[in-house]
Ligand binder design. Structure first.
Ligand code: 4AD
Length: 573
């Protein structure tokens, strides 16, 4: 009995499992029909509607009769069908080959499971060291042919390179990296054959110098005689190199920040961050500025209501602090000059490369000073912090790697009054936010500020901002009451990294300050009281640690300079 014809309807047919090639369930294309019913003995009947495909309203148009497929259609479909068959044959061949390889690998792995790695009890007990340790009193380095001290190291696989008879494992432990050489039985063991990046290991062996022309961290390598896997890292699709790639999409990298932090760049920045923080503390200690820790939960604003994070505090309105400045001011009477290194919070709505919602704010407040003293202090602190940080050769090497062009700034920093900056912007035809030439009283926008800083390419003390564009607490300049004794420190590549000023120390003037910006003075009674209980000329500043680091480490954005950046709509991980 001849096979029944196969039906193809270009309009209503389907090329999926719902079609079987009958009149009631036709296919859509001739190629699909051929794949399902090979051409030799099959008759293909096709049809389509005259007025085009079926409309959404169910209008099927005028349907033509079923007709045998035309010669040209059959020829075209047969060509495609032949190509399809070739592709399938190739895929089948590949699958067979892969399968054979998988079977072979499985056999090799089964064999590898029989290789038992045991520590040779006759060897000297290993000494545990961290990967950056070099103390010759503790570790004797062997030569490529003579033994050195036997050591034990613990860490995670950073790089893996296999050759025929040797496997090079670069181990990292947060302190440094070490090249470990596996040979002989060790590389035939199951654990070595299936080793993945980030797997944590304990490795024992001798530490030796490198053979000529070889390169490895600290010019040495560990000749492993024993190892154990402490925690295997997932591989294949889930391997760290698949999850985070240097040129990966920004959101994916942020979602996987915990894995990004395992990379060399991110971890170097975190180490520089720790060193810079330490250097600030040392500098403040040297200049007798005392560390305090003001509260993060507050009921007053410092830098304007627009960026306050508000929350419910036992039924009362409270905020995450924008700045600890007001609290620092209350400390100087009893503690002298003070500083804090605490997070500040800003509900910044715009996404810029230098704004975070939570950032590390280094703030200081100095008592009995004049504006020039504040500038001199700032210059000293910034330069001293850089000097201390770069005096550590390990940290200096990280900075060099991250930002090869970085050089410690020269003193004195360039002083520029706001009014001069406005003039400079006009002369250089850099418009204000409305696209017009800048004029006195304009807020200098981020882009304009950065253009100017990058052009001048030196640290700048931008001073004497107009009263109207600055916070309520800033002291006016006695010589020019239109402006305040205020300073922004601008650095090339980043722009503003510090905002500071002298503070209003007169009671009446402060009350006028509250009034000017529409703040109710009542909740600020404790701040105002500084002016009632022995006032003093004083001033201070706040420095954004992430901006300082972006400048020093040459980073495009402050988001790279904190562990887990928080900015608009990002609070994970
Ligand atoms: O200029 P700001 O707003 O000044 C103050 O908060 C003062 N009350 C500080 C003081 O005088 N004690 O902020 C100071 C610095 C900025 O120069 C910048 O480096 C950083 O804090 N900063 C930010 N850093 C990251 N993300 C943000 N959203 C920041 N806002 C300010």
């Amino acid at each position: 009995m001849p096979a029944p014809p196969v039906y193809i309807d270009e309009d209503v047919g389907r090329d999926d499992d719902s079609a079987v090639g009958t009149e009631g369930a036709p296919y859509k294309t001739l190629l699909h029909a051929m794949i399902k019913h090979p051409p030799d003995t099959t008759t293909y009947l096709t049809r389509k509607s005259e007025t085009g495909p079926v409309g959404e309203d169910g209008d099927e148009g005028v349907r033509l009769e079923w007709k045998p497929a035309s010669k040209s259609a059959l020829k075209k479909a047969t060509n495609l069908f032949e190509q399809h068959k070739k592709k399938q044959a190739k895929a089948a061949e590949l699958a067979i080959r892969e399968n054979a390889e998988a079977v072979k690998r499985q056999q090799v792995l089964e064999e590898a499971k029989k290789v038992i790695i045991e520590e040779d009890a006759s060897l000297p007990a290993p000494i545990r060291i961290r990967l950056d340790e070099t103390d010759p009193a503790k570790i004797k380095l062997g030569t490529p042919d003579s033994p050195g001290t036997r050591i034990r190291v613990l860490g995670r696989v950073h790089h893996l390179r296999s050759q025929k008879d040797v496997m090079f494992v670069t181990l990292k432990d947060g302190y440094g990296q070490m090249q470990c050489v596996f040979t002989g039985k060790l590389i035939r063991a199951y654990a070595a054959m299936t080793l993945t990046l980030e797997t944590s290991l304990a490795i024992h062996g001798e530490l030796r110098s490198l053979p000529p022309k070889a390169h490895a961290p600290l010019d040495r390598e560990l000749h492993a005689d024993f190892f154990t896997v402490i925690g295997a890292a997932v591989g294949d699709k889930e391997a760290i190199t698949n999850k985070v790639q240097a040129d990966g999409d920004a959101q994916t990298l942020l979602d996987n920040r915990h894995l990004v932090l395992r990379g060399e760049n991110a971890s170097s920045i975190m180490k520089v961050r720790a060193a810079v923080t330490r250097a600030f503390r040392q500098t403040y200690q040297e200049t007798r500025v005392l560390e305090v820790t003001p509260p993060a939960m507050v009921q007053t604003q410092v830098e304007g209501g627009a960026t306050l994070f508000e929350f419910n505090y036992y039924g009362e309105k409270a905020y995450l602090t924008q700045s600890s400045q007001l609290y620092l001011e209350t400390c100087v009477a009893s503690l002298g000059d003070v500083f804090c290194i605490c997070p500040s919070f800003r509900a910044e709505k715009s996404l810029t490369r230098r704004h975070l919602s939570e950032y590390m704010h280094i703030e200081a407040e100095l008592d009995f000073i004049q504006f020039d003293d504040l500038l001199a202090h700032l210059e000293h602190v910034i330069c001293r912090v850089i000097d201390i940080t770069l005096a550590d050769p390990v940290i200096a090497a990280y900075v060099k790697e991250l930002n090869p062009k970085f050089a410690a700034p020269h003193r004195p920093f360039r002083r520029m009054k706001y009014e001069e900056a406005i003039q400079w912007l006009i002369e250089h035809e850099i418009p204000n936010e409305d696209g017009e030439p800048h004029k006195f009283g304009d807020d200098i926008a981020e882009a304009a500020e950065r253009k100017m800083t990058d052009e001048l390419n030196v640290p700048i003390f931008l001073t004497h901002f107009p009263v109207e564009i600055k916070a309520f607490y800033m002291k006016k300049d006695d010589q020019d009451k239109r402006v305040t004794e205020s300073v922004d420190v601008l650095m090339p590549g980043v722009g503003e990294i510090v905002g500071g000023s002298m503070r209003i120390d007169d009671y009446e003037e402060l009350m006028a300050g509250y009034k000017r910006v529409g703040i109710d003075p009542a909740p600020y009674y404790w701040y105002t009281d500084q002016r009632r209980y022995g006032t003093s000329p004083h001033g201070g500043y706040g420095l954004g640690l992430e901006r300082f680091l972006a400048w020093m480490c040459g980073r495009w954005t402050v988001r790279e300079c904190t562990l887990y950046p928080r900015f608009a709509y990002r609070c994970t991980p």
